[in-house]
Every structure is written in C-alpha cells, then in structure tokens.
Design a protein around this ligand. Sequence first.
Ligand SMILES: *Cc1c(COP(=O)(O)O)cnc(C)c1O
Ligand SMILES: [Zn+2]
Length: 441
Amino acid sequence: MGYSSWLECVRGCGRRYSIFDVVYRCEDCGGLLDVEHDVEALKDRSAAAWKQLFERRTRTTEWPYGSGVWGKKEFVCPELDNENIVSMYEGHTNCFWAERLGREIGVPNLWIKLCGNSHTGSFKDLGMTVLVSVVRQMMANGKQIRAVACASTGDTSAALAAYAAAAGIPAVVLLPKGKVSTAQLIQPIANNALVLALDTDFDGCMDIVKRITQDPTIYLANSMNALRMEGQKTVAFEIVQQFDWQVPDWIVMPVGNLGNVSALGKGFLLMKELGLIDKLPRIACAQAANANPLYRSYRTGFKEFRPVKAKKTLASAIQIGNPVSYERAVKTLAAFDGIVEQVTEDELANAAARADRTGMYSCPHTGVALGVLFKMVERGEIKHDDSVIVISTAHGLKFTDFKVGYHEGTLADVVSRHKNPPVELPADYDAVQGAIDQAIG
Ligand SMILES: *Cc1c(COP(=O)(O)O)cnc(C)c1O
Ligand SMILES: [Zn+2]
C-alpha cells in the first residue's frame, strides 16, 4: 500500500520532516509541526469501502486492528510495522445516551463519549499508543533513544508510563508537586517511570522538559509532539461510526493545552475530504475560569493572545496558562464555527454532581464541559432538537478526592447543591426504617 505521512510546519512555510525524525518545531520558522497524509493516495478506496473496512476491524483480535486507533491505521500512521506497535486495544470507548440528564435540561438527544473508559482512564491513551509505537520503530531502526519524557497534569504521565512500560522503554515524567490527584500520581509510579515531582505548576514543568529534550536521546511526549494528535483524532472517527456515520450538531469538550480539540478537528476534516461525512459539527471548547487563556483570546476575536498564570482549579488536567497548541486550536475553531465558554469552580463541581445523580460519574473536566453545555442550552445557543456529544475526557474514579470533597462540602469556592453525605445511624431497626421513610417518602 502506498500510503504515506510526514511532519509539516503548521505555519505553511513548507518545511517537511519524516515522522521518524526527532524534531518538534520547524527549524526555519519555529512553528509547530503537524502530521500530514497523502490524501490522494487514500482516495484509492471509496468512502463506502473505508467504512466497510473499519466496521470489519472493529474489536477484531487480528493484531493490531482491534484497537480503536489501529483499526484506522491508514488514516493514522501507515508507515508503522505492525510488530512495532505498542497497543492496549485503546479506543472503542462507549458513547452512551444520557437520557435522563438530557431530558432534565431539555436536550433529549444528549450523548456522552466516555473516553475515560480506557487503559489508564483518560483519552491520553489514544495519542500515546501512536507516539510510543513510533519511538519503538525508531529504536528498532537503530536510533539512539534513552528515554521518553513528558511534563504532565497527571493523565499524560499515566499514559506515557503505561505504554513505555509495555514496550520496555524508560519513561521520565515531570509533575507539579501537590497538583495532581493521588490516583494520577500513583499510576506512573506503579508503571516504574522515573517520577520527578517539582515545586512548580504545569507550565513550569513544561519549560524544564523542553530543555531536557533538547538532548535528542530523550524523546518529548507532550502534545506539542504532533504524533499524539494522530491517535487522538480517532475520537472523531469513532463518534461518527457509533452514529452510523452521521455527524452530530455539537461537540462540547474541556480544553487545556488545546491538543485534543485540534486533533478532533483534524479527524473530522480528513473524513470530510475523503467523503466519509458531508458536514462538520460545531465545537464548543470549555475552560475553567481559573485557567482560561483561550476564553480570553476568544473574547477578543482571537486578535490577542496572552498566556495567563493558571490559578488552582478542581479541573487539574486543564490548569494550563500557556497552551502549546493555541495556533492549531484557533484554526480548528474557525473551521468548525466554534465557540469558547468558561465555568467557575462552583459551576463545574455542581454540573458534575448533577450529572452523577442521573447515573454518570463525572471527572471535574467533564464537569467543565457539562457546565458549559448547561449555559449554552439556557442561552438557546444549543437548541432543543440539536444532537449533542459531550466528550468526557477521564474516568471519575481518578478524582476521588474531588468527589469526597464535594459530598463532604469542603471544596473551596463551591457550594455543594447536590451533596449526598452518608447518614450515620446506630445499628437499630427503627432508626433505619425511619431514615428510609424520611428520605424516600
Ligand atoms: C489532557 C486532558 C484534557 C485537556 O486536553 P488538551 O489536549 O490539553 O486540551 C482534558 N481533560 C483531561 C481529563 C485531560 O487529561
Ligand atoms: Zn516553518
């Protein structure tokens, strides 16, 4: 098969690299790099034939095509040898009908794409399978790489550590001390990464890891690395595949470093170019008001962009003040008639809790997206007959402290309007019966 891909400068200067080169920015103009595909070559199959192929591979055991990412290998990374692929059969996460919540807010066609139902509990697995596989192929071809490294707000390091461990490649992760959840911290520890807890925030860790990875034997795994986006864009393919190749009206998602929204956009644009879909959804980017550089820029019509010092937010994975993929995201929002909205700590925590009362178990970032959804529905921006997909980016079980704090009523700047603390009683029949009668009626 003659499919190919390469790295190309996003600023349009034309500079290209091999995906197996150790390079993260254009050496001519400093722009970020994106993976580009030979789309003409991909047109050798009709849209219907691609869909058929993807359907046939879904959940197969034929290595590696049962993975949600590698089932679309030709659209993701056609040059990889299957024997170098490092996969935990990520992807194919459930997209479920949030019937009760949708009815409550007046948007009956509401769906949740639960990307947290994945190997390490967040969507980061989708990108990491691609990046670590490419590194493995580089090493197999004799490139000297001592380790893979990243700065992380928690989920990236968990995914990197797991995939690197699966491949037997050393991993180094830089985390802001005291700013990631216990569950997120313990994952790279368990997967035997070198865990460096630094007395700074995410942006501070990012500055240091960029310098560390100027050494070409330590490969940078942050999302400025375009390879991760190739895996993450498969969420777009999965969403439409799960809807019988129909495109929803809206996608609402939490954003921080802005890699994931750019990846989602890339996935939709490729499908449109190849005729798998004939329209694009609108995209709503959701930010925490405490870490809102994209929102501020949006309010200026993207004329101005100023990095901010991100304040503490319960949505710790998006506590980012200087998003690396800003340029990519602005292009995506233009192509998808996108909007950006923000929510306070109180709004995000109560939105997550309200959804939980309808059977979900929302992480705080999903709470940010849900809070934005509620606002947009109230404003009439999202209409009652619109089909809406909320991308839930991580599993709620990674954020137990957030849940406990909410229901104990101890979270800063949050009034827990839906709290449900346990009722403590003596071991006494009448007391139990009385409590049931009082609560249930
Ligand atoms: C990484 C992450 C995000 C933000 O994704 P970006 O690509 O940084 O915008 C949102 N939610 C969770 C749970 C994450 O781990
Ligand atoms: Zn360039």
